[in-house]
Design a protein around this ligand. Structure first.
Ligand code: HEC
Length: 174
């Protein structure tokens, strides 16, 4: 009974083998995602609180811009600590943007705000404006996904092919 395998038996999808391939792939993609989105630093977290208390009225809770301009998707000239520190400390005279140093924010608090804005830009900005590291990580992720799909396809094809060859051999052996 054990040897009487019917040659008409349909090939079974190799679930166990597929799991062996898929589980490591899933883990790998999780690692890549974790690498691509760096964790928010404590400074950025404090900055987020300062931002909702002082800036969200004009720049929007999601930095999308209201009275003041959007602070995500900043061009490279502005997405840097020097520019941000300067503009937050000294404001923009002649516009509603206040000088926050005069308004009582400390250098440390302004530093936290800068970290927060830069973090938001790191995770939300359009790829075209992203810095090279972010673009690279994005590409690594894409390549990883494509490779994973290719691997799965090759693997599945190989499985079906083997079972097809087996069936053919069995047919010939009859
Ligand atoms: C009363 C409204 C108002 C508040 C409150 C405000 N801003 Fe602004 N902000 C503006 C306006 C208006 C501009 C645009 C100034 C200009 O025309 O160059 C601006 C510009 C900026 C810019 C430069 C953006 C760019 O693209 O040039 C930054 C950075 C900024 N604000 C950060 C902050 C931060 C951080 C806070 C909170 C601590 C804050 N703002 C609070 C109104 C505000």
């Amino acid at each position: 009974m054990a040897t009487s395998k019917s040659s008409k038996q349909k090939p079974k999808f190799p679930w166990r083998a597929a799991l062996i391939v898929l589980v490591p792939l899933a883990l790998a993609s999780m690692v890549v995602t974790a690498l691509a989105v760096p964790p928010e630093s404590p400074a950025a977290k404090t900055g987020a609180q300062l931002f909702s208390a002082n800036c969200a009225v004009c720049h929007g809770a999601n930095l999308q811009g209201i009275i003041g301009p959007a602070l995500v998707g900043l061009p490279k000239s502005q997405d840097n600590p020097q520019f941000l520190t300067h503009i937050i400390s000294d404001g923009v005279p002649g516009t509603p943007m206040p000088a926050w140093k005069q308004r009582g924010l400390s250098d440390a608090q302004i530093g936290d705000l800068v970290q927060f804005i830069m973090y938001e830009n790191l995770i939300h900005k359009a790829p075209a404006q992203a810095d090279p590291t972010v673009i690279m990580l994005e590409q690594v992720k894409l390549i990883g996904i494509v490779l994973a799909l290719l691997l799965i396809a090759v693997f599945a094809l190989a499985q079906f092919n083997t079972s097809w060859v087996k069936r053919k051999r069995a047919r010939r052996a009859r």
